[in-house]
Design a protein around this ligand. Structure first.
Ligand code: ATP
Ligand code: MG
Length: 558
């Protein structure tokens, strides 16, 4: 249940109290099945399904706006349903397809023709454009505007029968070629497209335009509030014109809200499709993509996305939300709920010289520092362990409190160790191992004499650790608005360093293949998700969902 309100929810509450729509609240989410859903769609999903859920008896329809046969595929429709369900919403038996209304749309078009409100125009496309005028100049009437009703009915029927080729005729509404609103200058209603449709096959060769199909679908389904993004504001007069002229029994109210834009990404299915088709990402569910399926694989949770949508709210003004806001939402959720584990991403071997060679101890570690109910786990400790390469400096910089020659640090949930010597490759000079000693009296991580150590490191037993691949992600684009400069292709702003693969990582042995599909905080590293798509066989692959802190903001602020 949301705690915030907005102008749409206020309007719906007013309509309910005034008795409009007989107390019904019916919304719809109407994607075109021509791509995968992205985080922008999540905003619309949370709004439409959210409003329905918040009002007793409220319903949200899942409707595929499948009126354009050329670009639509079953794969997309299936992914859309999967994504909406994953976000935590359900349409019950209210699943609809605009293509199921094709006959009704056709009959409505015939009705408009009979009313003298629609005509078949036979101008070629470029002429139609030229006749349309501009924002400052009125349009010109088509020479076909005054065809008789009989001729229009005959031509339209023959368009349906497949007698004409694509582009030879269109059906247009007869409104006003001088209207200041270009959408009202005799807009197209039907066009010829001799293309098979993924649901209606070859039954139709004329297809309705969005503006015509959308309002009628809403009216047929008795939608009460048709919520859409601001770019449709100028289309609302046409929405209303169609329904008023046809005198439909139900006339839903279209209300517009600002679409979601996020920094460092693009939010258009067409552009996301380009990235997929040109192999610039690894598919629609690439964890760098801001598609629902991408961020799911990245390790975002449905709750974090719903929280994000609630946090940003609904307004009438376009804006661009900081990516950091989204990242914070998942960080907060995972901080609360993800069990902790230790993983060494860039291993450096540590040999504890005074530890018995064949001894193994089971150290007990908390699964969550603040939630004892999440329990503890055993982590094996032995003579050889791995620590992070970055946790050692041979000549430590000021403020570097981790391991260095002669220095003592704490191994999380284990012992205090002191670095004695550094073992190097004779040929390359590269550090291959550290020799340390441990204080047997410091089991659990504190010394009986109370001496303090500044650094605490995570570690994994070299003998017991499991190998894994870890994928680190950075922003897919390196500019805040990759579309800002119209003179350059948005793809020129792709961040070449958006993916780093680390394939010699070592994880504590509690992370078996059963981890696939689970979220963890790797201590001191961030939040990671065992990628269920690529993990399998012997191999575990983790995606970094997000770091522990907003390091990006820090870098930028410097
Ligand atoms: P895109 O521009 O990415 O191709 P679209 O608007 O063509 O998206 P549709 O399938 O028509 O995609 O969208 C379904 C619903 O989701 C529409 O009601 C649309 O207004 C809404 N929607 C799409 N993008 C956003 C966004 N960025 N923010 C909020 N709502 C959005
Ligand atoms: Mg659209």
């Amino acid at each position: 249940m949301t705690t915030t309100t907005d102008f749409i929810r206020t309007k719906i509450a007013e309509d309910l109290s005034s008795g409009k729509n007989d107390g019904r609240v019916v919304t719809r989410f109407p994607p075109e099945p021509n791509g995968y859903l992205h985080i922008g769609h999540a905003k619309s999903i949370c709004l439409n399904f959210g409003v329905a859920r918040e009002n007793a008896g409220g319903v949200c329809h899942m409707r595929f706006d499948d009126t354009n046969p050329a670009k639509e595929e079953v794969e997309y429709a299936e992914s859309i349903m999967r994504d909406v369900r994953w976000l935590g919403f359900d349409w019950g038996d209210k699943l609809f397809y605009a293509s199921d209304y094709f006959e009704q749309f056709y009959q409505s078009a015939v009705q408009l023709i009979k009313m003298g409100k629609a005509y078949v125009c036979s101008l070629p496309a470029e002429e139609i454009r030229a006749y349309r005028g501009t924002l400052t100049e009125p349009g010109k009437d088509s020479p076909y505007r005054n065809r008789s009703i009989e001729e229009n009915l005959d031509l339209f029927e023959r368009m349906r029968a497949g007698e004409f080729e694509d582009g030879t005729h269109i059906l247009r509404a007869k409104i006003d070629m001088a209207s200041p609103n270009l959408n009202m200058r005799d807009p197209a209603i039907y066009r010829i497209r001799k293309t098979s449709h993924h649901r209606t096959g070859d039954r139709w060769c004329i297809y309705p335009m969005y503006d015509f199909a959308h309002c009628l679908s809403d009216a047929i389904e008795r939608i009460t509030h048709s919520l859409c993004t601001l770019e449709f504001e100028d289309h609302r007069p046409l929405y209303d014109w169609f329904l008023d002229t046809l005198g439909t029994e139900y006339h839903p109210q279209q209300i517009e809200f600002a679409r979601l834009n996020l920094t460092f990404t693009v939010m258009s299915k067409r552009k996301l499709l380009q990235l997929v088709n040109e192999g610039l990402v690894n598919g629609w569910d690439d964890p760098r993509m801001l598609t629902i399926s991408g961020i799911r694989r990245r390790g975002y949770t449905p709750a974090s996305i719903r929280n994000f949508c609630e946090l940003i709210g609904i307004s009438k003004k376009d804006s661009r939300i900081e990516m950091g806001v989204l990242e914070n939402c998942v960080r907060e959720d995972l901080n609360e709920n993800a069990p902790r584990a230790m993983a060494v991403l860039k291993p450096l071997k540590v040999i504890i010289d005074n530890y018995p060679a064949d001894q193994v101890e089971e150290m007990v570690a908390d699964n969550h520092p603040k939630r004892p109910e999440m329990g503890t786990r055993k982590v094996p400790f032995c003579k050889e362990i791995y620590i992070e390469q970055d946790d050692f400096m041979e000549s430590p910089a000021p403020k570097f409190f981790r391991l260095a020659p002669g220095r003592e640090v704490r191994l999380r949930s284990a012992y205090l160790i002191t670095c004695q010597t550094v073992e190097k490759d004779a040929a390359t000079g590269e550090i291959v191992a550290l020799h340390c000693t441990y204080d047997p009296a410091s089991r659990g991580g504190s010394a009986p004499d109370g001496r303090k150590v500044k650094g605490t490191l995570h570690w994994v037993s070299a003998r017991h650790g499991v190998k894994a691949e870890v994928r680190l992600y950075d922003r897919l684009f390196f500019t805040e608005d990759p579309e800002a400069d119209k003179a350059v292709d948005f793809k020129a702003n792709l961040n070449p360093g958006s993916l780093t693969i680390l394939d010699h990582c070592v994880l504590e042995p509690s992370l078996t293949l059963e981890a696939a599909g689970r979220h963890y905080q790797f201590e001191r590293q961030g939040y990671f998700y065992a990628d269920p798509v690529v993990s399998g066989g012997e191999k575990l692959v983790f995606n970094r969902t997000v770091g522990l802190r907003d390091t990006w903001a820090k870098v930028q602020g410097e």
